[in-house]
Write a protein that binds this ligand. Structure first.
Ligand SMILES: *Cc1c(COP(=O)(O)O)cnc(C)c1O
Length: 525
């Protein structure tokens, strides 16, 4: 049967009931097949009508582009349909439970969106005179104060644009402090269970990474940290609660040992949502910690929007915070933008991390979340997140296996693949079967310290009914695997727009660029 590059039959009548439920268009009811924008567009079309530009004298010394730029031209309705159709193929927290461990996919209250769209926040420019944006600066000052209150720390850098960017910021402050003290240290300690961004940040900065093994129970022991400490160690990067969903019981002793060795304690605070209003990281001995506003304080992320990763710093590191930061001159707020100005404030910033001041829209959303919840509401959100994870744990514990024994977890619950032993079903198969049931899979194969890991973070925003259905679904899948209903897993996803991809081939022969020739060649084959 003739097919074009989008897998569509090219001739009417090519569709018969025998062709796997195919339709002539490739669409399936409301589920529209959609070509790449490059395939759909053509240079002859445009959504706008612009006057011919006046000829200008080139100053590029012959380096100007000769051929067309190759952007796909679409009319406005075509562009509209393309992106709306793509958006409808996306799994989102707005469509269902999204149990992606460590990512905290919680509901994003619509009030946050309304506030972020106020013209006083959304229509301002970072180069506008500061006198004209006093309200925005005041919001940033308030957010900073709330973050310091919640964490018990001394200074905050708002500009980092994500968690990983925040790690870089905090570690640069640590590096600056060592340099100021004339101390040469080139090792960073990172536990085995850490998020990949931790060793990546350390390595990116030129540190060598010394890994610390986890204990039998999934936590880090102070003895293991002591054994790894030495005069060459600049810092430890520790996640708490850790990526196994457990609170590090020896965190205070670890902080003490690290400080005694002249090193600093960087805490990966991406999981702050489990302890907001319960524990202040500053009181645990943390020196630097990023806070993923997009996780803990509910702003759309993960394909749905940008992040923001403010970093809070202890007394010892506060003066190394990057520019810009906000100061108050009487009733007026202003941004300190350069080293000389900062020095006048008694600070020695390590430099600047981004062109401007950070993600304003995220700041508005996060502060709205904080103010609408209040102190008691934020504490309850943490408690409910932990309750929801434990509800899932207890609902599944007789069928699933937990690597560190059957004991309470924090905001996420970790299972391993022992319960799938001898079933022929892998963690990946299990995750794909969840897609057919209408769920985004949990985080799989992370943390690396657990074989076939499945990390479930239901978050506080799911109702009991929603959690009950989720638990019942996972129980049904586990029972199907144990009974030998392999097809349900090996064939999954059966009902997604795309079936299972050849991930090995994609990794070995990645196609990183779309080229028209490639498509033509494939079509001819
Ligand atoms: C999400 C996460 C990060 C990285 O945050 P990004 O905003 O994605 O850069 C780092 N550590 C942990 C534990 C995380 O969950």
């Amino acid at each position: 049967m003739g097919m074009n590059t989008q897998g569509r039959p090219t001739t009417p009548g090519a569709v018969s009931p025998a062709t796997e439920g195919r339709t002539f268009t490739g669409h399936r009811g409301l589920d529209h097949e959609e070509p790449l924008i490059f395939e759909a567009g053509s240079l002859s079309k445009s959504g706008v009508d612009l006057p011919e530009p006046k000829p200008v004298a080139s100053r590029l010394n012959g380096l100007e582009r000769q051929g067309p730029i190759g952007l796909p031209g679409l009319t406005e309705p075509e562009a509209m349909r393309h992106y709306v159709r793509l958006s409808q193929r996306n799994y989102a927290i707005d469509t269902g439970l999204y149990p992606l461990g460590s990512c905290t996919m919680k509901h994003n209250p619509r009030l946050n969106e309304k506030m972020a769209r106020l013209p006083g926040f959304s229509d301002i420019h970072p180069l506008q005179p500061q006198q004209t944006v006093q309200g925005a600066l005041q919001l940033m000052e308030m957010l900073a104060a709330y973050l310091l209150e919640l964490t018990g720390m001394k200074a905050v850098a708002l500009s980092p644009k994500a968690g990983a960017h925040g790690e870089l910021c905090g570690m640069l402050a640590i590096k600056a402090a060592h340099e100021a003290a004339g101390s040469k240290r080139d090792v960073v300690l990172v536990p085995d269970s850490a998020h990949g961004t931790n060793p990546a940040t350390a390595a990116f900065m030129g540190y060598s990474v010394r890994s610390i093994p986890a204990r039998e129970d999934g936590t880090v022991s102070v003895e293991a940290v002591r054994a790894a400490l030495g005069p060459d160690v600049a810092a430890i990067m520790l996640t708490n609660p850790n990526t196994c969903g457990l609170f590090e019981p020896e965190v205070v002793e670890i902080a003490k040992a690290v400080h005694e060795a002249g090193a600093y304690f960087y805490c990966d605070g991406a999981n702050f949502n489990a302890i907001v209003g319960k524990v202040r990281p500053g009181e645990l001995g943390v020196d630097a910690m990023h806070i993923n506003l997009h996780k803990t304080f509910s702003t759309p992320h993960g394909g749905g929007g940008p992040g923001a990763g403010p970093v809070v710093l202890s007394e010892a590191l506060a003066k190394y915070a990057p520019v810009p930061f906000i100061v108050r001159d009487g009733d007026t707020l202003r941004l300190v933008e350069d080293a000389a100005d900062a020095e006048g404030q008694g600070k020695t910033p390590f430099g600047r991390l981004t062109a401007f001041h950070g993600q304003m829209g995220m700041f508005v959303r996060a502060l709205t979340y904080m103010m609408s919840h209040g102190a008691d509401g934020m504490r309850q959100a943490s408690e409910d997140a932990v309750l929801a994870a434990n509800y899932v744990r207890v609902g599944l514990r007789d069928l699933f296996s937990q690597p560190f024994g059957d004991k309470p977890c924090m905001h996420e619950v970790l299972f391993d693949d022992k319960f799938l032993k001898d079933t022929g079903v892998t963690t990946l198969d299990f995750a794909k079967a969840m897609i057919d049931e209408g769920y985004h899979p949990m985080t799989v194969y992370f943390p690396l310290v657990v074989h076939g890991a499945m990390l479930v973070e239901p978050t506080e925003s799911e109702s009991k009914e929603s959690l009950d259905l989720f638990i019942a679904t996972l129980r049904d899948l586990a029972e199907a695997a144990k009974r030998g209903d392999i097809e349900r897993f090996k064939q999954a996803p059966r009902f997604a727009p795309r079936r299972r991809l050849d991930e090995t081939k994609a990794a070995r022969e990645p196609k990183l660029r779309w080229r028209p020739e490639a498509v033509q060649k494939e079509a001819a084959e």
